[in-house]
Every structure is written in C-alpha cells, then in structure tokens.
Design a protein around this ligand. Structure first.
Ligand code: COA
Length: 298
C-alpha cells in the first residue's frame, strides 16, 4: 500500500533501530528509509542483518548493520557510537528488539522470565541511556533546535491479562512506564520526545507465529478481532512515521495502540437483533414496576 506521507518527511534524519533487521523493526526501517532517513540496524544475527541491509540498499536507502545484543551494555554503547561515527549524528532511536514464547506461569523458570525482561525492558532502557547524549538538542552533529526522538515498541497484552504471557506482559508494562517517565524527564530536560506503539496481532511476524502458531489456529480466530483481520507491519510503520515526523511534534509520552481495537474486544453475549427485541420489553416492565420505597411493616 502506498504511504500517505510525503517522501521527504524524515529527510536528513538518522535512525537506529534495534531488532531492525526483521519483522516490525525491518518494516519501520524500510518505511523510515523510504521517507528520507538513513538507517542503522542492530541485531544479534549477522546473516539477518546482512540480508536486511542488502534489501534496504536495493531500495536506494542509506543503511548499515551493527551486530549486537541489547542485553549487553557494551554492545549498546558500541552500536550507538558506531552509528554516530558512520552517519555523523543520531536523531531517532527505535527499540523494537523483543523476545517471546508461549508458556504458562507455572512452567516458566525465573530465568525465562528474566530473559524476556532483560531483552525487552532492560534492553530498551540501556539503549535509551546510551543514546541520550547524542539525542539531546545541540548534540554532536545534530545542530538542531529540538531534541531527538525515541520510539519504544511494546504491546497491549498487559492492558488486561494475557494467557501464557506473564513474562512479556510484565516486560511490556515496564516499557510503557519507561516511555512515560523518559518523556517527562527527557522532554523537560532535553526536548527529546519519547513515545510508544503497542501493536496488536500483526501478520507475517515472528511474534504472531510464536503466539498463534498453526497448531492452535482455528477458523474462528478472526471473530475475536473487532476489525475481523490481523494488522499489517505497514500499519505499525505508518504510525511510527506519524510519531517520528513533525506531524507528531506535540505528542510526547503517548503509547499508541495499533491493534484494530482488539484489546477492547469482549465476546458478544447477545446478538444485536435480540437486544432490539428484549431492550424495549425490559424498559416497559421497569417503568410499570411500582416506584418508591416499600411501605414499612414496622
Ligand atoms: N518455554 C519455556 N521457557 C523457555 C522457552 C519456552 N518456549 N524458551 C526459552 N525458555 C527459557 C529457557 O529455558 C531459559 O531458562 P532456564 O535457564 O531456566 O532453562 C531461558 O528462557 C533463556 O533461554 P535461552 O534459550 O538461553 O535464551 P536466548 O537468549 O538464547 O533466547 C529467547 C531468548 C528465549 C527470548 C528467544 O526466543 C529469542 O531469542 N527470541 C527473539 C526473537 C523473538 O522471540 N521474536 C518475537 C518477538 S515478539
């Protein structure tokens, strides 16, 4: 689908994306690049990075890949610095790296819980922490009157509770807290905007194939989605462009669900026709019922 944004809305920006070599991260890398940004992607697997950088370059996007694990502070520091060395500055940090698997709370080891917290929550904080000095206004190479931009990818799992996702729900809740607290502190101190996107089920991603694998998908799966379809990576990337561009210049500390309204969904307990029939009758009965306080027998 064609982007509704002008092709130069991110012209001249330098963006670093963790998890930018695959899934939602790669789509954001691609769309940011198509809208004028230079792209650095960070990931653990060299072959994934190489393929992603080749694909970006084939689209005419200025792109580079850096191997690294967000769980290691030295990797975070090295990749942020390599990005600034390569492109001369840093304007945008996108934290899209994540880990996930389905597991019941009783079967999840504390180390399994910690592993996801380390990748998602601590990793996001570590990257923000290392990027701060380059995102401040007037940071090396930026010469900008405004600070940079941080986008954290979380989820909607923790808005209520999610089966077999205690670790990810905790990790994504922490990410949303980071988004709001950094928006407050770094917005005030450094004019850096910090926002989040909470994707719902997005097709053709590792997340969806892990959380809704073929083995457990049934024909009625889409009935639970208000818009009766899963989202596309493009949907998340367009929201990211809105937030990262000047269109979102007054948006700070927001976490935007991009889930078709799924987190609001509940099973329909009564068909619409039944409501039409029953509601009037119930109302009539209720108006006919004696009003006031029953007479006391005392
Ligand atoms: N069920 C239960 N526990 C699991 C698990 C599963 N499916 N997969 C991993 N774990 C546990 C391991 O048993 C281990 O705990 P233990 O030491 O107590 O046994 C802990 O998690 C760490 O596992 P390990 O395989 O050493 O971690 P890793 O660093 O190699 O991999 C993961 C991290 C597990 C998150 C891996 O799935 C990953 O790399 N994911 C990235 C891609 C991804 O998930 N994308 C989807 C994003 S939405």
């Amino acid at each position: 689908m064609e982007s509704p944004f002008k092709a130069d809305v991110l012209k001249g920006k330098v963006a670093l994306l963790t998890g930018g070599g695959s899934g939602i991260g790669l789509e954001i890398s691609t769309q940011f690049g198509k809208h004028g940004a230079s792209i650095a992607i960070m990931g653990r697997r060299k072959n994934v990075l190489d393929d992603a950088v080749s694909a970006l370059k084939a689209l005419g996007i200025s792109a580079v890949g850096f191997e690294g694990d967000v769980r290691k502070q030295e990797d975070a520091q090295r990749v942020v610095e390599s990005t600034v060395k390569h492109f001369g500055k840093l304007d945008i940090l996108v934290n899209a790296a994540a880990g996930n698997f389905l597991v019941s709370a009783e079967d999840l080891s504390p180390n399994g819980f910690k592993t996801v917290m380390d990748i998602d929550s601590v990793g996001t904080f570590t990257m923000c922490h290392e990027a701060l000095k380059y995102l401040k206004k007037d940071a090396p190479g930026r010469n900008s009157s405004s600070g940079g931009f941080i986008l954290n990818i979380s989820a909607t799992l923790h808005y209520t509770a999610s089966w077999y996702q205690i670790h990810v729900s905790a990790a994504k809740a922490a990410i949303d807290a980071l988004t709001r607290n950094l928006a407050l502190e770094w917005g005030a101190d450094y004019d850096i905007r910090v926002n989040g996107i909470a994707p719902g089920p997005i097709g053709d991603t590792a997340g969806l194939s892990k959380l809704a694998p073929q083995e457990i998908i049934n024909d009625n799966a889409n009935d639970r989605l208000p818009l009766y379809k899963v989202g596309e990576k493009w949907d998340v990337a367009m929201a990211a462009i809105y937030l990262a561009s000047d269109a979102g210049k007054y948006v700070n500390g927001a976490v935007m669900p991009v889930d078709g309204g799924m987190w609001l969904s509940k099973p329909r307990y009564l068909p619409k026709d039944a409501v039409r029939q029953v509601s009037r009758a119930v109302e009539k009965r209720s108006r006919a019922a004696p009003a006031g306080v029953p007479t006391s027998k005392l």
